[in-house]
Design a protein around this ligand. Structure first.
Ligand code: PDD
Length: 286
């Protein structure tokens, strides 16, 4: 079934959508994006995604083409037009089409390019992988130094994902100066007893919207939270591990570089956090 996509104010069939070959998103990866989950036709943590979008744009000196209310209306229209019950809305804003290739940013009169599309994932919250957990491998983190900005330069994370697949794993955790930064498209955590350990926020990692919510719920559930670096070695000896992202929610990790955690079985903390997250976020969905 053909999707309806959004391009610069128009809702069009996907085959008719057009972007210039001079678009800076295409030529320079000069763009930012957000992925918002949809459960039961409603947007999950939309406010958080809007806030981070505004920050990403501002860090790159790009104009935000819409108010939060306008973004919400466009997202809802996309969900409705594509009959999305469970799935995702992908949004991308680039610095637009200056009509030629030039390293310098174009003048401010070049309008940003705005694109949205949906992905239908029936039963997204009931992913069978949540029952068996992910296996991860480690790879060096060789990305640029502003990982807090959600840009579309995703080649290295794609390479990490491919390395994981080739190794028979589900994802890769990236390691810099001996410490885990994050997964290819998610934040990484380990669990020791009642304590959840995850890297502190900085320019080294994306400030996950799911991370913020999960840490809030964990604190409310009287779990201890330690925001600090950890190594692969420490992770392999942990009681449990998991990742968070808007599309995977809370996903248990049962193996790291071949070492099984919790006997290779999904652990109780990750399972409980996933339940709480989904329950609370469904309640707050808009
Ligand atoms: N990825 N770290 C990285 C590098 C990411 O790409 C993502 C999200 C996250 C988690 O952020 P959030 O909880 O806000 O989704 C962390 C999205 C889902 C993607 O690229 O599809």
């Amino acid at each position: 079934m053909s999707r309806t996509v959004y391009v610069n104010g128009d809702y069009v069939p996907e085959a008719e959508a057009k972007i210039s070959v001079f678009d800076r998103g295409f030529l320079m990866a000069d763009g930012v994006y957000e992925v918002t989950s949809v459960l039961d036709g409603k947007l999950i943590d939309f406010g958080g995604h809007c806030k981070r979008l505004a920050r990403s744009l501002s860090e790159l000196a790009m104009q935000n083409p819409h108010s939060d209310e306008e973004w919400l209306a466009i997202h809802r229209e996309m969900v409705a037009r594509n009959d999305i019950v469970d799935g995702m809305v992908y949004l991308q804003v680039t610095r637009g089409n200056p009509g030629d290739r030039d390293f310098a940013y174009p003048a401010n009169d070049v309008a940003p390019t705005v694109v949205l599309f949906t992905q239908s994932k029936p039963g997204l919250a009931e992913s069978p992988a949540a029952k068996t957990g992910w296996k991860v491998i480690s790879v060096p983190d060789i990305r640029w130094g502003r990982r807090d900005i959600k840009t579309v330069q995703l080649l290295y994370p794609s390479m990490g994902k491919m390395a994981a697949k080739q190794a028979g794993a589900d994802d890769a955790w990236m390691v810099e100066d001996g410490f885990v930064t994050e997964g290819t498209s998610n934040n990484a955590y380990i669990v020791k007893g009642n304590k959840i350990i995850t890297r502190a926020l900085s320019n080294d990692i994306l400030h996950g919207i799911t991370r913020a919510a999960v840490l809030r719920f964990a604190a409310e559930a009287q779990m201890e939270i330690e925001e600090r670096n950890f190594t692969i070695d420490e992770a392999q000896k942990a009681d449990e591990a998991f990742i968070t992202s808007a599309s995977a929610f809370v996903m248990p990790v049962v193996e790291i570089d071949g070492a099984a955690l919790n006997g290779g079985k999904v652990g109780p903390v990750a399972t409980r956090l996933r339940e709480i997250y989904l329950e609370e976020m469904r309640k707050a969905a808009i």
